[in-house]
Ligand binder design. Structure first.
Ligand SMILES: [Zn+2]
Length: 326
């Protein structure tokens, strides 16, 4: 008897690096299925009943009801508060040393195993309900979640390490973005210096995780420049026959994303319309400000250069950086 491990493509990277758009593009492939950000499942989905990517409240979404039944006999049989506590106990940045130790000894510890048991049941049930896709997409982004999931023997975890110019990421985290699934909540904002520090530590962490997890690194900017080539590269990475891929939903710099999403949490883009423009938001070139731009550039410079980003931002026809030292 053969036992095929479920492939999981984990989309990792600092928030605002384009993961939701990449997830939506990949979700259009017939052999993939996006489960969203499972790190938030217990709190935002099971306990709070927030809106699924399909637009229905979590409790009313037929997909998630079926997943709850298949995994646990119904979500009401899950102690959401305990799972939320367990998640914070094992799946956060400060737990990375413990997760690293687990990788070195080749198996998860007690609480890690308990949490993974629940997460695995959700993922495998989602695969069954979705018609057994070749690849599940988990866009949790967090380094700790990727490292933890990779400890599970039943899952064949691959990492898509998504990188974006840190000045664009830093600018994005200064903007106020509404969370449409809530009643007036906005996403948090962060100081550019903090974002720059996280950009360095998270990206170095994902590079280190490559010791244990097969990794494909892509720059978000390159995905937008040639989305078909990016999807083909990802397809080859996860073992999808790229010659058979129908990428007709991408035309020029726009994509028609008609496949429903049942992502349980994530960027508001997951609720977006069918037609999406594939264009880089480079507003940071003029809007971030000289001081902040110099600060982020200097804090991230070695890795910035290694990932092929210019120290001085490129000047496009649309954007003219203000006159400062850059
Ligand atoms: Zn749904």
């Amino acid at each position: 008897m053969t036992c095929r491990r479920q492939k999981v493509l984990f989309i990792g990277g600092l928030g605002r690096s384009g993961s939701t758009l990449v997830e939506r593009l990949l979700n259009e492939l017939p052999t993939t299925f996006a489960v969203g950000e499972t790190i938030h499942l217990w709190e935002r989905g099971v306990r709070n009943g927030e809106t699924c990517g399909c637009g229905a409240p979590f409790d009313d979404c037929a997909h998630w009801r079926a997943v709850g039944s298949a995994a646990f006999g119904g979500w009401d049989r899950v102690d959401a508060d305990r799972l939320i506590e367990l998640r914070w106990a094992v799946d956060r940045t400060r737990q990375l040393p413990a997760i690293t130790l687990a990788h070195r000894r080749g198996q998860p510890g007690g609480d890690q195993r308990d949490y993974l048991d629940h997460l695995r049941r959700v993922l495998l049930a989602a695969a069954v309900v979705a018609g057994r896709p070749d690849v599940l997409l988990d866009s949790s982004k967090h380094l700790s979640t990727a490292a933890l999931l990779a400890l599970d023997d039943a899952l064949d975890v691959r990492l898509l390490h998504l990188v974006r110019d840190p000045r664009g990421v830093a600018y994005s985290w200064t903007k106020h973005v509404a969370r449409p699934e809530t009643d007036g909540e906005v996403m948090p904002t962060y100081d550019p210096a903090r974002t720059a520090a996280r950009w360095v530590t998270d990206n170095l962490g994902f590079e280190a995780l490559g010791r244990w997890v097969p990794t494909l690194r892509l720059r978000y900017e390159d995905v937008l420049t040639d989305p078909r080539a990016a999807l083909a590269a990802i397809g080859r990475f996860v073992g999808i026959d790229v010659r058979g891929l129908d990428l007709g939903f991408i035309e020029g710099c726009s994509a028609r994303l008609a496949t429903p999403m049942h992502s349980v949490a994530g960027n508001p883009l997951r609720f977006g319309g069918d037609d999406v423009t594939l264009r880089l938001d480079d507003a940071w070139v003029t809007e971030l400000g000289c001081g902040r731009r110099r600060l982020v550039t200097s804090l991230t410079a070695p890795l910035l250069v290694r990932y092929g980003y210019p120290i001085r931002p490129a000047v496009s026809g649309r954007r003219r950086p203000d006159r400062c030292g850059r």
